[in-house]
Design a protein around this ligand. Structure first.
Ligand SMILES: CC(C)(COP(=O)(O)OP(=O)(O)OC[C@H]1O[C@@H](n2cnc3c(N)ncnc32)[C@H](O)[C@@H]1OP(=O)(O)O)[C@@H](O)C(=O)NCCC(=O)NCCS
Length: 185
């Protein structure tokens, strides 16, 4: 592990760090008939709203104020969710930058009236930006991973961050080059 992989103890703005556990949050919801798609299973958008809701709570708690969804990527649906499933959406702050936070979300489901173990049905990674009253990005406390799992998630989040930035840069460059060549969309 290099020093760059390690979470800093305090942020660029000198804000003291906050441990991962301080903002870890779970949202639970029983799926009903109004949550279904045309196939009769639960609509992916219903799950995505729960994911965004719980991730927003984590981002707000970690940053100590308002935060907006900047991006949502790698939303994976692993198993169908059914009416009568009790869904638990678990989220934690994996990584922090200057004003952004990556929140990792795991979606678990179990039958609401059976004592069978919950199974993982989905996962997602979202980036939130902490904002001030004018909607401008504001600095966040660095997250302090506490366990080996937290540290692995921090390192993986850094890899995703590098790829997000590289992808944005590459697409911006391609568009500029196409425009310079006079190509129309
Ligand atoms: C997200 C938002 C605040 C970013 O503002 P901006 O003026 O582009 O500011 P910056 O470029 O400094 O970005 C702020 C941070 O967010 C990150 N960020 C911005 N857009 C991002 C994206 N699409 N994906 C991942 N991270 C992103 C930046 O990397 C930066 O991180 P850092 O400060 O930790 O280095 C702004 O685009 C916004 O308000 N978007 C609308 C958000 C919203 O309304 N969400 C709800 C949708 S209904």
């Amino acid at each position: 592990m290099t020093t760059q992989d390690r979470a800093p103890e305090s942020g660029t703005a000198g804000i003291p760090g906050k441990p991962t556990s301080a903002s870890r949050t779970t949202l639970s919801h029983i799926m009903t008939a109004s949550d279904t798609n045309l196939l009769g299973t639960v609509h992916g958008g219903v799950i995505m709203k729960l994911v965004d809701d719980v991730a927003g709570a984590v981002a707000g708690r970690h940053s100590g104020g308002p935060a907006v969804t900047a991006s949502m990527d790698e939303m994976a649906f692993l198993e169908p969710v059914r009416v009568g499933d009790l869904v638990h959406v678990q989220a934690q702050c994996n990584w922090t930058g200057r004003s952004s936070m990556e929140v990792g979300v795991r979606v678990m489901a179990e039958r609401w009236n059976e004592s069978t173990p919950a199974v993982q049905v989905g996962s997602a990674y979202l980036v939130f930006a902490a904002v001030d009253e004018e909607g401008k990005p504001r600095p966040v406390p660095p997250v302090l991973p506490e366990t080996e799992k937290d540290r692995r998630r921090y390192q993986e989040a850094q890899i995703r961050r590098t790829h997000r930035l590289a992808r944005r840069r590459a697409i911006k460059e391609l568009r500029m080059n196409r425009a310079a060549e006079g190509l129309e969309d």
